[in-house]
Design a protein around this ligand. Structure first.
Ligand SMILES: [Zn+2]
Length: 343
């Protein structure tokens, strides 16, 4: 397989949010940290703009038009958390395009064949955006567009999304709620914005059992997060046997993040990345990362670096030994209804 591929685009810097915590300095900090390390050997490429058809796999045309119109008119507030500037539409279509490009790279449609790892490090983030509603700093649901593209354009039958952002990925949860071809798993602090994602929400209709919410209390750190990955997410991946594994990678569960109260360290993110890398290798599938939140510039850039180190490592990184935490055990028990192998 070809080297790991990283997608970026300068339009990420033109989504002007002023003094908002989700601002262009996040991308500057990440790119500086990676640049100082020669991008860890990843092949760095410009992300394409997602087409209207690609974004339309998830969002109705009216939603796309509404965002575009607001940007063309000079920008403005969508809600108390979410605003756009004239450059935001271009940033948003490239941010969604990065997720599409990640999927294309993993599925081998580029000339150099399938890659083992791919990442899109762009903004605005996406996991709060619902089909018809921009919210929570998010305009288009990038990772959902990527997953839908994997199914629609590459014939993937099952895509697994693991969201370790400290906030619940309500948008992704809602978009795939009734579907069994996308398994959405989220670990998130509760209570916290946006208030969705209780353990009892396991999907609906044909998608019942294919939404896995793992709320954890504020103060949760490496032990709790790693235990959910080792003892819930990894066994689920083995049973579901996806064609593709995608990470909604937010870094706001970090102990130094100002927006939430979890206590994950750099080593915790490195450990989660190593466990997910090992899972994808075990299943023989590609692993794609799409950036979500993370608002302490130093913690964010350090944690992205250790994540990409683990994802891009040619040899399997050393896996952390992870005891079964009581909260993860309760999640296993709860999920055994749908996934008996977890009992
Ligand atoms: Zn977040």
């Amino acid at each position: 397989m070809a080297a790991s591929v990283l997608f970026r685009h300068p339009s990420s810097l033109e989504h002007d949010t002023g003094s908002h915590p989700e601002n262009a300095r996040r991308i500057v900090a990440i790119e500086r940290a990676l640049g100082e390390r020669d991008w860890l050997g990843w092949d760095v490429r410009l992300s394409p703009a997602a087409t209207r058809e690609q974004i339309g796999l998830v969002h109705p045309a009216e939603h796309i038009d509404r965002i575009e119109r607001l940007c063309r008119r000079g920008g403005g507030m969508i809600d108390l958390d979410t605003l756009v500037s004239p450059g935001s539409f271009d940033a948003a279509v490239h941010s969604a395009g990065g997720a599409v490009a990640v999927v294309d790279a993993l599925c081998g449609s580029s000339e150099d064949g399938p890659v083992r790892s791919a990442a899109s490090l762009q903004r605005p983030p996406g996991h709060h955006a619902e089909a018809e509603q921009a919210m929570g700093f998010c305009l288009f649901n990038n990772i959902a567009v990527g997953a839908a593209h994997a199914i629609g354009a590459h014939g993937a039958q099952r895509v697994m999304i693991f969201d370790w952002d400290v906030h619940h990925g309500n948008g992704t949860n809602a978009i795939f709620h009734e579907r069994d071809d996308v398994l959405f798993c989220s670990i998130h602090q509760s209570p916290l914005y946006p208030g969705s994602g209780p353990a009892s929400d396991a999907g609906g209709g044909a998608g019942e059992g294919y939404t896995v919410n793992m709320p954890v209390p504020g103060g949760s750190g490496d032990a709790v997060f790693l235990s959910h990955v080792e003892h819930v997410v990894r066994p689920l991946a083995r049973r579901y046997a996806p064609d593709l594994l995608l990470l909604s990678a937010g870094y706001d569960a970090h102990a130094e993040d100002p927006l939430a109260g979890c206590r994950v360290t750099d080593a915790g993110f490195a450990g989660m990345a190593a466990l997910m890398r090992a899972t994808a290798d075990e299943l023989g599938i590609g692993l794609g990362l799409v950036l979500e939140g993370g608002y302490d510039l130093s913690a964010l850039s350090r944690s992205v670096v250790v994540t990409l180190e683990a994802l891009g490592a040619a040899d399997a990184p050393a896996l952390p030994q992870v005891p079964l935490d009581p909260l993860a055990r309760r999640a296993q028990e709860r999920l055994a209804t749908y996934w008996p192998a977890l009992a």
